[in-house]
Design a protein around this ligand. Structure first.
Ligand code: FES
Length: 528
């Protein structure tokens, strides 16, 4: 393999070969029955279901449709969400663990029906999903998980080998799962939405919510949308509604790459359960089978130099499959709830007009579709077998309190450690394309030098609740370790809960170049 070969595309595979209809931004006030905020799989599917039920639906997206988490997925459509069924039947009981599986499979069945009904050409392939272990302890965990499968009537099989070059100690399959091309699928659903008369606006960011007789949502360009019911499908809820979601979830980043392998491509979808975690699935590109290989999850804003993670995956792919050609690489951010079950339903116990869907972990294709089904039922007043299990106001002390305390401790640590950190770098020493935490006039600041040599400097204090952001060298972003907010190198918000940009300190750099001519460089050298 040629390690020096450049990636042909530093972008997700999914948008490369597929276009999706584009829409204007909103530039007038309007009124609608249901407003859906977020144009990923959850928002688009919710809009489809509600428009079909006869509701007047408006969907707005802050960026472009399917350009957020849905556009960065591995696109596995499966109920095998890691090692969860043994844990769920212990914590929640057999009935709820079984309901979780049934809910995911109902989402898979809905998607399959939609593909058939509208003859959607989206590379839909039914395949088994597999967990695999490479250690003895991992093998024991898979044996326990298999017992849970048998107890919950989940079709699966425990084996000792994998169909690719890897020493596995055990592998556990889940039968009849699927994979697909998410953008091809959603491009077709968006066309159906247009036929159903749904209003869609891109580049329209919801910024404020006022709840009165009706709900008023203000957009970034000062338009107002008045609605009877509001659905937040914006990954991190754009509106908290006193639900304190930032304290009830944590964000993780993970990395994925598409390669043309040298070795034969195995069928099936694979996730390892031992560290370092790895995920593998096949896909199609330009009529040929290719492999998606990923992993390296870490909490947002934590961990080593982020470009290390791509290198680690590349090494794994080269050793296991050989790399004939490197095609794409991209990363994703996922949110995990306190008990690993998504929050889907009314935003608080008393508020039955605003609904949220979030916390899908890495399993947004089935969870996002399920969320659309459950929220559509809420909106039209129907009950679902699955509502109680997923409603955000559920309260399970175990394991959620343990997770809550651990998350709160993490936040407190970042708040304190970030402020005390001593940093000594200076902006004039940055290399092109490099970002760093620096010391600027005795305070912590973040600086980045772009390809043209322009330096951007921001205050690294997160505008959400004051933790200190860290530089993400792979994505050129400032990431907050407390609740997962992400900011571009210039400080603009890429991902909430923060809704305000980092304070821009770039103007303060001007005196630096002027002062440098007056010998400031020498003074700075002395103060090192
Ligand atoms: Fe909450 Fe940064 S995201 S403090």
């Amino acid at each position: 393999m040629n390690h020096d070969q450049e990636w042909t595309q530093p972008e997700p595979l999914w948008r490369e070969d597929t276009t999706i209809d584009s829409f204007d931004s909103l530039n007038e006030n309007l009124s609608t029955d249901v407003l859906i905020v977020g144009g990923g799989i959850t928002g688009i599917t919710t809009a489809y279901l509600l428009a079909k039920s006869g509701k007047q639906v408006t969907l707005i997206e802050a960026d472009e449709l399917v350009n957020g988490t849905t556009g960065h997925t591995t696109a596995k459509v499966t109920a095998q969400h890691g090692l969860i069924y043994d844990e769920f039947q212990n914590h929640f009981g057999v009935d709820d663990a079984s309901l979780y599986y049934q809910a995911q499979m109902s989402a898979l069945a809905f998607m399959e029906e939609l593909v058939e009904k509208h003859s959607i050409d989206c590379d839909w392939v039914k395949e088994d999903a597999h967990l695999f272990a490479t250690t003895k302890q991992g093998a024991l965990k898979l044996e326990k998980e298999y017992k849970a499968y048998m107890n919950l009537d989940i079709p699966g099989e425990l084996t000792d080998t994998l169909p690719f070059d890897m020493d596995a100690t055990k592998a556990l399959s889940m039968k009849n799962q699927a994979r697909f091309h998410p953008v091809k699928y959603l491009a077709a659903v968006v066309k159906e939405l247009k036929n159903l008369g749904c209003d869609i606006y891109e580049h329209t960011k919801a910024t404020d919510v006022t709840e009165g007789d009706r709900i008023e949502v203000t957009t970034g360009n000062n338009c107002t949308i008045t609605c009877d019911q509001l659905v937040s499908c914006s990954h991190f809820p754009f509106y908290d509604g006193k639900g304190f979601y930032f304290s009830r979830m944590y964000a993780e980043r993970s990395y994925l790459m598409a390669i043309e392998p040298e070795k034969e491509i195995p069928s099936g979808m694979y996730v390892s359960i031992d560290e370092p975690k790895r995920t593998v699935r096949t896909a199609e590109y330009e009529g040929k089978p290719i492999l998606l290989v990923g992993g390296e999850s870490h909490k947002t804003g934590e961990g080593v130099d982020t470009s290390f993670h791509y290198r680690a995956i590349e090494e794994f792919a080269a050793e296991t499959f050989g790399i004939k050609k490197k095609l794409f690489q991209w990363s994703a951010q996922d949110l995990t709830t306190l008990d690993k079950v998504p929050y889907i339903g009314p935003i608080t116990r008393r508020n039955q007009r605003v609904f949220i869907a979030t916390g899908f972990r890495k399993w947004g294709m089935t969870n996002g579709t399920l969320a659309a089904q459950l929220i559509a039922d809420y909106v039209v007043g129907e009950t679902s077998l699955f509502h109680d299990l997923f409603k955000p106001s559920r309260f399970k002390t175990d394991p959620s309190m343990k997770q809550f305390l651990s998350q709160s401790f993490d936040v407190a640590t970042h708040l304190i450690d970030g402020k005390l950190e001593i940093v000594g770098e200076r902006p004039e020493r940055l290399r092109t394309g490099e970002g760093k935490v620096i010391q600027w006039e005795g305070k912590r600041a973040g600086a980045y030098k772009d390809q043209e040599g322009k330096v951007y400097m921001v205050d690294t204090t997160c505008t959400h609740m004051g933790c200190e952001v860290e530089w993400n060298s792979a994505e050129h972003s400032w990431d907050c370790p407390c609740h997962g907010s992400r900011f571009s190198y210039d400080g603009s918000v890429m991902e909430g809960p923060a809704d305000k940009p980092l304070v821009d300190l770039s103007e303060q750099l001007l005196p630096l170049s002027e002062h440098k001519h007056e010998g400031q460089e020498d003074q700075l050298e002395e103060s090192e």
